[in-house]
Ligand binder design. Structure first.
Ligand code: SF4
Ligand code: SF4
Length: 141
């Protein structure tokens, strides 16, 4: 083989190797994203179950947790798209949402978010937040 034919073959082999390495890195990044997504969805599913149980059967615990909640709902609808989009969710042109069964919505919807981890399980952000401890009001002297 002539020298310049050899160097062309060498360059092609190097470029094939770089492309394969890039494709492998891309495939590894996709696998990692898929695993992270599956973990997040599992966490969301666990959160749905937790909120159902808490909001329907653990009234006192819920009251204590809600004492740490601050803020207001901005009607973004992120909590209505946990795992899947609720069929009763109505989206509006201005970015707000409403519930198609607002008066009859389930307890876990009425009370969302009950605790900090609820807002951490959203794809999106909630305008509620949680403080660490209940604030004790001191009697004025
Ligand atoms: S995610 Fe939070 S701010 Fe958005 S609709 Fe639900 S409760 Fe309201
Ligand atoms: S029932 Fe209403 S509040 Fe509950 S997830 Fe569906 S749209 Fe949202």
């Amino acid at each position: 083989m002539k020298p310049n034919t050899q160097s062309r073959a060498g360059r092609r082999a190097a470029s094939d190797g770089a492309r394969r390495a890039f494709e492998e890195r891309l495939a590894a990044a996709k696998r990692l994203r898929a695993v992270e997504d599956a973990r997040f969805r599992a966490r969301q599913a666990h959160g749905k179950l937790r909120r159902f149980v808490n909001s329907n059967f653990r009234r006192d615990e819920v009251i204590a947790k809600l004492a740490l909640r601050r803020g207001d709902c901005n009607r973004c609808g992120a909590c209505c798209e946990i795992l899947f989009k609720c069929p009763f969710l109505k989206k509006h042109g201005d970015g707000t949402t409403t519930c198609g069964i607002y008066e009859d919505r389930p307890n876990q919807c009425r009370l969302f978010p009950i605790e900090r981890r609820d807002v951490e399980e959203l794809r999106g952000s909630c305008s509620y937040y949680f403080i660490e401890k209940p604030i004790k009001l001191e009697r004025a002297s």
